[in-house]
Design a binder for this molecule. Structure first.
Ligand SMILES: [Mg+2]
Length: 453
């Protein structure tokens, strides 16, 4: 999983060290040496994560974080505050400024990578929800991180005093937490309550906490509940085992209440985004953004999805493939519309089954289809389009139930370089599609080849 990481530190050597280490892990890294540069880079480059030094002249990390979280263009980017001292006061200030997590200097690289991975995953989920729901939300609706107040948690620890400290920390964010002192108690409570978080102590002695983790993950009612582990520094092996079993994050003892709060908030929000994503998809059908014949998105959704993706600050690759079924009129004329509809459904299923999860497939109208491919370069999209072409050609369409009839498609590919608006991009892909038709159908043409004509 690659991602863009902005490293902010006023000491150039610190920034370079992190840049080199993260670069080795194939992250795309940029550095900034002061608050003003960091804000500019966050706005213009749209990183997936910011590692932010607290102690800087001019503008300190708290102020940078406050400004990032106050601006609509940067509010959604996770911020990890890198604090020089292990001081609770610093973390409270960081939480109040809106920080998503903390690291203590000197930075332990293994811990850093785990934090980066966890936060980038959360960001991806949020991006997905924002992109998918953008066509349904107005452009003026800005993103506000959901509050965690009122969320329900269960703290599983046989040490009552330790559990109480965790319950108190969570209560400061309005999270209502109960306690279980044994596996049996935890299983009963988890099955009976709608929980948003389980905090599990790996230091339990009455039962094996990892067995409980495994049970939570295998039961349908509890398998999606975020699971946060609490561990002693020497329990690294147990933490890794816990991750194998499906734990989502951990905090090290002695527990820093503010670090725990940050991780708990992130995990609860991740669950909220996941649920929103599910609900928004249900909502799409209600808003008639789905084509009833094929179950694909319709043209209205496609236009809004494209416009939202093109307008988002991200300058990443994006491709559009326009598709037309060859000689479709002949099918309708010869066998009638019900058979024609069956052909369209078969083509739709073939397309849907061969695109990536991130792609949106729509029925553009009549026998025309379109696929939006976020992140795809021209060669990527060309390869993907060729796969779609071959898949349709390989179908066995039997219009009269016995004799196969060769159904094929022509495809036109364009990338966002072809134009700034959804209409321009569609026009470019359409021109390429026209060329594919002209050159004999059942083929892929690209907007660059069409332009070179
Ligand atoms: Mg500094």
């Amino acid at each position: 999983m690659t991602a863009r990481i902005l490293v902010v530190d006023d000491v150039a050597a610190n920034a370079r060290l992190l840049e080199a280490r993260l670069g080795q892990e194939y992250y795309d890294v940029r550095t900034a040496s002061c608050g003003a540069d960091a804000l500019d880079a966050a706005r213009a480059w749209q990183p997936d994560l910011v590692l932010l030094d607290v102690m800087m002249p001019d503008m300190d990390g708290y102020e940078v974080c406050r400004r990032m979280k106050g601006a609509t263009t940067t509010r959604h980017i996770p911020v990890v505050m890198v604090t020089a001292l292990h001081e609770a006061g610093e973390r409270i200030a960081g939480l109040e400024a809106g920080a998503d997590d903390f690291l203590t200097k000197p930075v332990d690289f293994e811990t850093l990578l785990a934090r980066v991975k966890s936060l980038v995953r959360l960001k991806r989920l949020l991006d997905e929800w924002r992109n998918r729901s953008a066509p349904m939300r107005g452009a003026e609706d800005e993103f506000v991180p959901p509050s965690v107040a009122g969320a329900r948690a269960l703290v599983v620890d046989d040490n009552e005093a330790d559990a109480l400290a965790v319950q108190d920390a969570l209560a400061r964010d309005g999270i209502v937490a109960g306690r279980a002192g044994s596996e049996a108690e935890a299983s009963t409570l988890a099955a009976g309550l709608t929980l948003d978080l389980v905090v599990l102590s790996l230091s339990m002695t009455v039962d094996d906490p990892l067995r409980l983790a495994s049970r939570l993950r295998s039961a349908e009612a509890t398998q999606d509940i975020p699971l946060l582990l609490m561990a002693e520094p020497e329990q690294k092996g147990r933490i890794l085992r816990g991750f194998d079993l499906g734990a989502n994050d951990w905090v090290m003892r002695p527990i820093d209440a503010n670090e725990l709060r940050a991780r708990a908030r992130n995990q609860i929000r991740r669950r909220v985004y996941q649920e929103r994503l599910r609900n928004e998809m249900g909502h799409a059908i209600e808003l008639a953004l789905i084509d009833p014949l094929t179950g694909l998105y319709n043209q209205r959704y496609l236009m809004r999805d494209l416009a939202a993706r093109l307008a988002s600050g991200r300058d990443g690759a994006l491709a559009l493939v326009m598709i037309d079924v060859d000689h479709f009129k002949a099918v309708n004329d010869r066998w009638g519309h019900p058979v024609g509809d069956r052909a369209l459904r078969m083509v739709a299923d073939a397309l849907r089954g061969r695109v990536r999860l991130a792609d949106s497939v729509a029925r553009y109208g009549g026998e025309e289809f379109a696929v939006v491919m976020p992140g795809a370069s021209l060669p990527d999209a060309q390869t993907a389009a060729e796969r779609l072409r071959a898949a349709v050609e390989a179908m066995s369409f039997l219009p009269d139930g016995a004799t196969p009839y060769p159904l094929t498609i022509s495809l036109g590919v364009a990338t966002r370089e072809a134009g700034g608006s959804a209409e321009q991009l569609i026009a470019a892909a359409d021109r390429a599609l026209y060329e594919a038709k002209r050159d004999g159908r059942n083929r892929v043409a690209t907007a660059t080849t069409a332009a070179a004509d």
